[in-house]
Design a binder for this molecule. Sequence first.
Ligand code: TZP
Ligand code: MG
Length: 215
Amino acid sequence: MNAGREQLAAARLYGILDLGYVAEGDLEAAARALLAGGVDLLQLRAKGLGEDEVLSMAGRLRPLCRVAGVPLIVNDFPRVAAEAGAAGVHLGQDDGSLRDARRLLGADALVGRSTHSPAQAAAAREEGFDYIGFGPLFPTPTKAGRPGIGLGDVGGVQGGPGADLPVFCIGGIHPGNLEAVLAAGARRIVMVSALLQADDIAAATRTVKNRLDEL
Ligand code: TZP
Ligand code: MG
């Protein structure tokens, strides 16, 4: 197993720098706060921006992630991830195949898939993705227009595909519902708006990370 996959296997908290919540000029400060708080992976998610802009932002994040020893994942754009020297890419259901991403990024890159049902989670495992996001568990403005799927399938996906690949539960998770998500069987989570909108991003991140590390 390469170093990135070892880190992925141990990862509990996946942070996303979502440009819907972070002004471009605050990119480094927000990244530093998430990293200081202990995120295990950091994704750059910049909906609506072009590949050139995302490439430039990924270039700003890469040294911070390297110093922190945290893999940088680029959302949506395998070519940008490759050019930026990121550790991997995250692909939605309509963002292309694992095979095409691997062609650009190579065998060592971490390639994740968004999944919204147990069937999609099983399909992502079959295809050979390195990890999945599973959700949105709850409706969330961060991914507007997509219904929450609830907690009912979390345990089954964690115990099924999750036996072979890391499953990160995502969508509408915040400190107030974290215990319910964990009680449903989640072992790894993504928290976006609840961290990025916290008064102290690093402290909020650390609190969640410490809780996940108890599992
Ligand atoms: N994919 C499914 S839900 C989601 C993504 C990117 C957004 C999660 O953000 P938040 O703010 O933690 O609900
Ligand atoms: Mg996408």
